[in-house]
Design a protein around this ligand. Sequence first.
Ligand code: PLP
Length: 426
Amino acid sequence: MNPALTRFGEQMSHLTGVRAIMKDIIETLQAGQGREFINLSAGNPVILPEVEQLWRDCTAELLASSDYGEVVCRYGSSQGYQPLIEAIRDDFNRRYGLSLTDRNILITPGSQSIYFYAANAFGGYTANGQLKRIVLPLSPDYTGYGGVSLVKEALVSYKPTLDIDAANHQFKYRPDFSQLEIDENVGCVIFSRPCNPTGNVLSDTEVRQIAALAETYNIPVLVDSAYAPPFPALNFTEMTPIFGPNILHCLSLSKAGLPGERIGVAIGPEPLIRVLESFQTNLCIHSSRYGQAIAARAIASGALGEIAANVVRPHYQKKFDVVDATLHEAMPKDVPWFLHRGEGAIFAWLWFQDLPMTDWELYQEIKRSGVIVVPGEPFFPGLQGEWRHAKQCIRVSLTATDDEIATGMRHLAQTIEQVYQKMPVC
Ligand SMILES: Cc1ncc(COP(=O)(O)O)c(C=O)c1O
């Protein structure tokens, strides 16, 4: 059967971004015929023993408690499981000196759903036909934003400026405020901080500047804090969560070890939370209550924040150091390669200036050496016009072992040497 699809059906029945590349990666791994690949493409967090134990303990506590039936045998409120809302409210008020009430918090089935609700509640066509854009102020950013809007043309992103430290093969993206347009035609702004794929952390000043531009027009700003403190605390540089009258601070428990339970949290002004809550009621009623109940225990006891800062963060930070050190030791000296400053998240991002092929072709070459990375282009959703840089980058996952990462980076260095040697001399 092949039913006719609506515009929305057409839009939503295609895989976007990295999901489409993952298909190629899975086929490569399956067709490997005994060949062992080093897989540096994964976005799934590592199962760290301390983290798994925490969730086991919280589950045992839940099973033994009189709440168990109430949690799993009954529907709950769309806003979320009350003890989890209270745990987050108290934790954030204490850590950041806020005065959040329950009405400032919404629990969602994963944080991806928050971006879907917001992109379609605030972006797209208004009742009088005006197109409200969904602005990603700094491209590249999370590939998952590419599929969140039911109105494809609503998504726009902006080229950044580059701080380049050529001597150290290092660079950093910064928002280009001279290009960024936030005006009455914008419905909402979204960015990740720390950023997937680059590990970039926008400075507090940059976040405040974006929020101030948006506040002038009453525009919500969603700060995707999937890697931010207090959990999973995957920031390797100091950063302060920023709150404000138009900011929706969005958490995810996925990188704190609970991706299978789908727990996201939006924290922000009550009128914005109310819009998202209704969207959620219409869509799926509420998030899994089992996941919410174990998260409530882990947050209220302080254990999640502690494990995030003392186990999760150092684990990935060390992996980034392995990438950095191995590349500096193995990369050919005369190739203009640049590693994005490792400020957080679970990825390293590499830019090869003047790369004599596309990122997709480079991904294929690297695959031939037995290593799988992710080509960079899907991380530029919403970018208008051609930008060569967007086809010169790759993402390397920090979820493999030290040995795999070091070996993978050495193979990558050899591939890069060959690729640049083949470059025609002008
Ligand atoms: C930046 C960013 N935002 C959101 C998500 C989605 O996370 P969740 O599992 O909470 O839906 C991810 C997942 O990888 C991510 O990297």
